[in-house]
Ligand binder design. Structure first.
Ligand code: G3P
Length: 218
């Protein structure tokens, strides 16, 4: 499963990229608003693409097909790795088809149902982003959606990649992997939580203490 970092925070992106742990980046207008300050978001996308050699999702904010296309084309010009993120609406699906036909990769976002995911695939989306955590937030079963989309895409051989999104904790990531999501996007905090285990910490502490009794160097 590809690991994408869900942030526009350049220092977090650098940290994860330095560790060569991430395959790409996803952003959304809220994440950009959190970190951009006075900077032009387009410059930030460019900087992210210089740091990470992989897909970088940049979202349109227009609500009709033509505006989405204009914005999507502008975003795609920033760098070859830009993936144009579009909302799962009728207009977003039409823009997705047009951008796909132009050879521009797309990520259809705000997906909350299997029927929506079916239409994203029919529109030729490169990625579909089902929001697991936000379904859990309203007492739904977010992970069930990933299961069902996987089954539908496999039943019919759709090539759209399932990008499990709104992953809030390591168990979301593990379950996405077990189901066979193609990618998962997570906040930096969740990425680093994946590495943590109390038995690793305890084991390391004991190894170091025992080694210290030798008074030796490697
Ligand atoms: O980028 C989309 C998605 O991952 C947002 O997550 O935590 O805001 O629901 P969240």
């Amino acid at each position: 499963m590809k690991i994408f970092l869900d942030t526009a925070d350049l220092s977090e992106i650098r940290r994860a990229a330095d560790a060569t742990l991430i395959d790409g980046i996803t952003t959304n207008p809220s994440l950009m608003a959190k970190t951009a300050g006075n900077r032009d978001p387009k410059e930030i996308y460019r900087e992210i693409c210089d740091i990470v050699d992989g897909p970088v999702s940049a979202e349109v904010v227009g609500t009709n097909k033509e505006t989405m296309l204009t914005e999507g084309r502008k975003l795609a010009q920033i760098h070859d790795n830009i993936v144009v993120k579009l909302p799962l609406t009728e207009e977003g699906l039409k823009a997705c088809r047009a951008l796909t036909d132009e050879g521009t990769p797309t990520n259809v976002t705000l997906c909350f149902s299997v029927s929506q995911a079916l239409l994203a695939a029919k529109a030729g989306a490169t990625f579909v982003s089902p929001f697991v955590g936000r379904i859990d937030d309203i007492s739904g079963e977010g992970m069930q959606l990933i299961h069902q989309i996987r089954q539908v895409y496999d039943n019919y051989g759709f090539e759209t990649q399932i990008l499990a999104a709104s992953l809030r904790h390591p168990q979301h990531v593990v379950e996405s992997m077990l189901i066979g999501a193609d990618a998962g996007t997570m906040p930096p905090k969740v990425l680093w939580m994946l590495a943590k285990h109390p038995l690793t910490d305890q084991g390391l502490e004991a190894f170091l203490a025992d080694w210290a009794t030798l008074g030796a160097e490697i």
